[in-house]
Design a protein around this ligand. Structure first.
Ligand code: 5AD
Ligand code: SF4
Length: 441
């Protein structure tokens, strides 16, 4: 029987990879993916709870499925991911049209749960955390697909407990996958046409540290670079406190490693960094940036910054602005602090008026925008290698890829260029992309 599943994914790359796995598991019980909830037999949300706004979005989106279920009561509705992990049974109790709630460690149980709901056996929730050994056997095996750029998970979970962050609570403890399995997966994907791999995990820099027989993260990068067919390597997310000299050296001598690093700083003030439990000082962070620039002079940085953490003074905030000016990030993702249930910071008193938080946020965005624009302007006229990923949404005959600095470039091209690296002259900048023209392919 031809059954259809509609899946919406929110949040980080971990959820994107989990969603791929959800689709391939559901294919085993006869579901194929469709683009609209209206035509689906099963609708799923893979959710994110990292910030308040992300969480609220989930409830908004879930509400859209209610009228469909009113019309077609046989529709199965499920929620997975971090919000599901956090809310569990409560979510089922409060949402009568919801059939399934599955947590971050329970994706493998989804087919069984769906089959039970199909058989009218009831409504189900599974949000238990699994032990490390069981989790290791459940990492997504080589995912299918022939995309040029793919994510490969190398570790999951987080042990850092930054005081504002819900991730350790909803993703569980940190575990690293074996390097043999990772390299096997990369080899398989490369054989299917992958040219660029992004190694992902909540904190990739602590890859393998729990097992002294395992490769270090830097050694893993080098092993990935030795695989035939791999042309570009990226990784995310890095924690500054775990950034080794060995890893910095990779930026100097691994040609395949892209010249971009996402290095979340969160704040530029020492007292706040301490309250956040980040494990580094402003000075140490700036030293890291220097070392990376020395290893790779044209490296570009992006970062995450939280504005309005409990107790943030005007002076603390100015330290953040000052750090942003010193580092000169090519891009920064800025967030208004929001308390997350179960975290240590949620217990800290918030003294800042919302208008003050917002005004700081706006100042930071304005500063970052000016800095970003200098990078973009600087790119105009440059001829840069771009790995072509596919057809662009910008219109017929338009293709897209990314520069080594991870900025999207759209350009008039042709299907034969997909998977190839072309030299593009950058002619124009937009907020989230650039326009290029082919110089040579
Ligand atoms: N409030 C605001 N931003 C947050 N982030 C994580 N938790 C919170 C929170 N409670 C941001 C951090 C992190 C990014 C993924 O989300 O900057 O790096
Ligand atoms: Fe959250 Fe900190 Fe872990 Fe990143 S390192 S996932 S911010 S606890």
């Amino acid at each position: 029987m031809d059954k259809k599943v509609y899946l919406e994914t929110f949040g980080c790359q971990m959820n994107v990879v989990d969603s791929e796995r959800i689709i391939s598991l559901l294919a085993q019980i006869g579901y194929r993916q469709v683009d609209s909830a209206e035509e689906a037999d099963l609708v799923l949300l893979n959710t994110c709870s990292v910030r308040d706004r992300a969480e609220r979005k989930v409830y908004g989106h879930l509400g859209r499925f209610k009228p469909i279920k009113d019309r077609r009561p046989e529709l199965i509705v499920g929620v997975g991911g971090c919000v599901a992990q956090q809310e569990g049974e409560k979510m089922l109790a409060e949402t009568p049209y919801l059939d399934i709630v599955f947590g971050t460690h329970n994706i493998h149980k989804l087919p069984e749960m769906v089959l039970k709901v199909e058989g009218r056996e009831g409504r189900f929730h599974e949000t238990d955390f699994l032990d490390k050994e069981t989790r290791l056997t459940l990492f997504p095996n080589r995912s299918e697909g022939d995309e040029v750029c793919r994510f490969v998970t190398i570790m999951q979970g987080c042990d850092n407990f930054c005081t504002y962050c819900v991730v350790p609570h909803v993703r569980g403890r940190e575990i690293s996958r074996s390097s043999a399995e990772i390299l096997d997966e990369v080899r398989g994907l490369a054989a299917d046409g992958m040219k660029e791999v992004t190694l992902i995990g909540q904190n990739v820099n602590s890859y393998g540290i729990q097992d002294e027989r395992e490769l270090s993260f830097a050694a893993l990068l080098r092993a990935v670079a030795d695989i035939d067919g791999i042309e570009r390597i990226r990784f995310t997310t890095s924690h500054p406190k775990d950034m080794s000299d060995e890893l910095i050296a990779c930026f100097a001598d691994l040609d395949k490693l892209c010249h971009h690093i996402h290095l979340p700083v969160q704040c530029g003030s020492d007292p706040i960094l301490t309250k956040m439990n980040r494990g580094y000082s402003r000075e140490e962070y700036l030293e890291l940036v220097e070392k990376l620039r020395k290893a790779c002079p044209d490296i570009r940085f992006s970062t995450d910054i939280i504005v309005g953490f409990p107790g943030e003074s005007e002076a603390d905030f100015e330290q953040t602005l000052d750090l942003v000016e010193q580092v000169r990030y090519a891009d920064a993702f800025t967030f208004l602090y929001s308390p997350r249930p179960g975290t240590a910071a949620a217990e800290m008193e918030e003294t800042l008026a919302p208008e003050v938080k917002q005004a700081r946020f706006d100042r930071l965005i304005e500063l970052q925008q000016q800095i970003s624009e200098t990078f973009w302007q600087d790119d105009v006229g440059k001829v840069l290698p771009v790995l072509v990923e596919g057809e662009s949404k910008k219109g017929e005959g338009q293709y897209f890829g990314r520069t080594t600095w991870n900025r999207i470039v759209n350009f008039p091209g042709s299907p034969k260029l997909v998977g190839r690296t072309v030299m593009l002259r950058i002619v124009k900048n937009f907020r989230n992309s650039q326009l290029g023209e082919i110089v040579s392919d």
